[in-house]
Design a protein around this ligand. Structure first.
Ligand code: HEC
Length: 187
């Protein structure tokens, strides 16, 4: 009897350990995915255009206190300069607004702010947008210089990791103006 109850107690401990391992295994997998996404966002240069630049000791650098929050809402821009000679496009000092033959594009807010963040709540929609080059996965064409054709080459797993990371970062409230695609050329 004594032995049996010891065995039972041992089994209970064993099951508890297995159940514990199950929970932390799932958490570990999620943490691993977010970590992979953070790595891909850094090496993918997303901060170069989605985090506004400030002037640093060695020149302009992303202001990480505004990480991935897109074009600053208070920054009003004058009309872009007319393209001249081989200089066919312009970028704002923040590197978050761009004017060229495609119109004017503003880098959206990639943080999970419910009101001002880009509306790509699921990994599926994000993957669809990056593969199709369509706004929110099914709208107008995504404008340059967003390098979506490069992201389209990533595996679903890596794109899902980027998405998981973007959903995990601090939300920043910053309403970015809508991009303005150029009118189609006159026939
Ligand atoms: C060279 C500048 C640049 C880089 C680098 C860049 N982006 Fe963008 N991104 C933009 C601009 C500009 C837009 C807005 C395009 C538009 O409005 O059509 C945009 C749009 C987006 C969108 C919204 C797509 C949609 O549905 O409208 C997502 C999501 C996005 N970028 C994610 C990323 C990620 C993730 C990275 C890094 C792997 C990245 N971007 C790197 C400039 C850039």
């Amino acid at each position: 009897m004594k032995i049996l109850s010891r065995v039972a107690a041992g089994m209970a401990v064993g099951w508890a350990l297995i159940a514990g391992a199950g929970v932390s295994g799932a958490q570990e997998a999620k943490a691993g995915e977010v970590e992979r996404g953070a790595y891909l966002v850094i090496v993918g240069g997303c901060n170069d255009c989605h985090t506004p630049f400030k002037m640093g000791a060695k020149g302009p650098e992303p202001d990480m206190t505004k990480m991935l929050s897109g074009h600053p809402q208070g920054m009003m821009l004058p009309e872009p300069p007319a393209p001249k000679g081989p200089w066919i496009w312009s970028g704002a000092a923040t590197n978050t607004a761009f004017a060229g033959p495609w119109g004017i594009s503003y880098s959206p807010n990639l943080t999970p702010d419910p009101e001002t963040g880009i509306a790509l709540p699921t990994a599926e929609r994000f993957i669809q947008a990056m593969r199709s080059g369509r706004h929110l996965g099914s709208g107008r064409e995504i404008l340059p210089p967003m390098p979506w054709p490069n992201l389209a080459q990533m595996t679903d797993q890596d794109l899902a990791a980027i998405h998981a990371y973007l959903r995990s970062i601090p939300p920043i409230r910053n309403a970015v103006p809508d991009s303005v695609p150029a009118p189609p050329p006159a026939k």
